[in-house]
Design a protein around this ligand. Structure first.
Ligand SMILES: CC(=O)SCCNC(=O)CCNC(=O)[C@H](O)C(C)(C)COP(=O)(O)OP(=O)(O)OC[C@H]1O[C@@H](n2cnc3c(N)ncnc32)[C@H](O)[C@@H]1OP(=O)(O)O
Ligand SMILES: O=C([O-])CC(=O)C(=O)O
Length: 371
């Protein structure tokens, strides 16, 4: 038996949803740069689920279906209110999404039609839950989403309780497009493993949220901001990074299992971070990030991944740090559900082997003879 630690390079599924070929990312064969520049998040969700970009009429119908499913069960709101005020936001999201299954009469209906309806519900309700988490912990009333607005608009509106600026909606929408899917990343793989037992879609998404939470995956965006805050000012960047690298610490937001020449999503987030910095009159986080990028690249040859500049983008949008990973989840739920639907279409249990390296021929000793 040969063990490939971390399954590096192992091809574990066939998929037609997104590809990373020679460092180029596509969703359904469409270059990420084109989607980042021209597509809305709702168009991308449609593309991921149905394999084509929607016409005007299809998009309108799709938006209506999403908007009709935005209401979350009152019991979920009560549940969120019962959580500690200093709740870990990803733990809260994971628990609330798991509970959604209990209030969905179709939760265990495994027909393809019911699974698409559940995917719509999950996509519509995750942003509502994330905004609700942010408000209940501050004892603020929940804000109803508007039925004629986009997911990006509604999220910012529900979070702040006021009309978001167009530029903020556009920036968040682009960030959602960039985070929507990414081949067989850890959380998507977790979702596929879960549903490959023919468990339900809510179980798959619950596994995925738990997997995204870790700082080696989606949780890195919060850690990037924690690092920027810890460094505090541009004059402290060089010594901090040198010290961290000398101590073999990982710099959050750098490196990638698949991209060795840079993550193609990072440049879009960098541009956005710069634009929003200029607009808000606070270039500090952007300037510090650029300096960190130069240092980490010259000293370690590592490039920023999607999590690095998203930290300063969300901060410029005045979003609290511990909502960064939940925002990643409310975008990636589109990719997770696309992969779950694809897994169900041609399912086989996912069950690899482990090389046993423990003791052999050990004997059972009765408890009174053990030392
Ligand atoms: C959305 C996403 O999930 S994107 C990834 C988000 N995660 C992060 O940003 C966390 C920081 N980055 C990392 O920990 C890694 O680069 C990962 C987890 C993304 C990829 O991990 P792997 O493919 O297993 O690479 P691995 O951790 O083995 O790194 C290879 C080498 O590069 C080094 N390295 C990798 N990333 C970093 C980093 N961010 N900072 C410093 N050194 C790093 C490792 O220490 C290792 O060095 P060594 O060979 O001298 O021991
Ligand atoms: O693909 C990965 O390993 C991690 C990543 O960038 C993502 O999930 O967007």
């Amino acid at each position: 038996m040969t063990v490939t630690k971390g399954l590096e390079g192992v091809v574990a599924a066939s998929s037609s949803i997104s590809s990373i070929i020679d460092g180029v990312l596509t969703y359904r064969g469409i270059h990420i740069d084109e989607l980042a520049e021209h597509a809305t998040f709702e168009e991308v969700v449609y593309l991921l689920w149905f394999g084509k970009l929607p016409t005007y009429a299809e998009l309108e119908e799709f938006r209506q279906k999403l908007n009709a499913e935005m209401k979350i069960p009152a019991a979920i709101v009560d549940q969120l209110k019962s959580y500690p005020k200093d709740m870990n936001t990803m733990a809260a999201l994971r628990s609330a999404v798991s509970s959604l299954a209990l209030f969905d009469a179709e939760a265990n209906d495994m027909s393809p039609e019911a699974n698409v309806r559940k995917a719509i519900r999950l996509q519509a309700q995750l942003p509502v839950i994330v905004a609700a988490i942010a408000r209940v912990r501050e004892n603020q009333p929940l804000i109803e989403p508007k039925s004629d607005r986009s997911i990006a608009y509604n999220f910012l509106y529900m979070l702040k309780g006021e009309e978001p600026a167009d530029i903020a909606v556009k920036a968040l929408d682009k960030a959602l497009v960039l985070h929507a899917d990414h081949e067989l990343n850890a959380s998507t793989f977790a979702a596929r493993v879960t549903v490959a037992t023919l468990s339900d879609i809510y179980s798959g998404i619950t596994s995925a949220i738990g997997t995204l939470k870790g700082p080696l995956h989606g949780g890195a965006n919060e850690q990037v901001m924690a690092m920027l805050e810890e460094i505090g000012s541009i004059d402290r960047v060089e010594s901090y990074i040198e010290n961290a690298l000398n101590n073999k610490q990982k710099i959050m937001g750098f490196g990638h299992r698949v991209y060795k020449n840079g993550d193609p999503r990072a440049k879009h987030l960098q541009r956005m971070s710069q634009e929003l910095g200029k607009l808000t009159g606070n270039m500090k986080w952007y300037d510090m990030s650029v300096m960190i990028e130069k240092l980490v690249n010259s000293k370690k040859g590592l490039k920023p991944n999607v999590d690095f500049y998203s930290a300063s983008v969300y901060t410029a949008l005045d979003i609290p740090r511990d909502l960064f990973t939940p925002i990643f989840a409310m975008s990636r739920v589109s990719g997770w559900t696309a992969h779950i639907l694809e897994q169900y279409e041609d399912n086989r249990l996912i069950r690899p082997r482990a090389e046993y390296v423990g003791p052999r021929n050990n004997q059972y000793k009765p408890i009174d003879q053990r030392s």
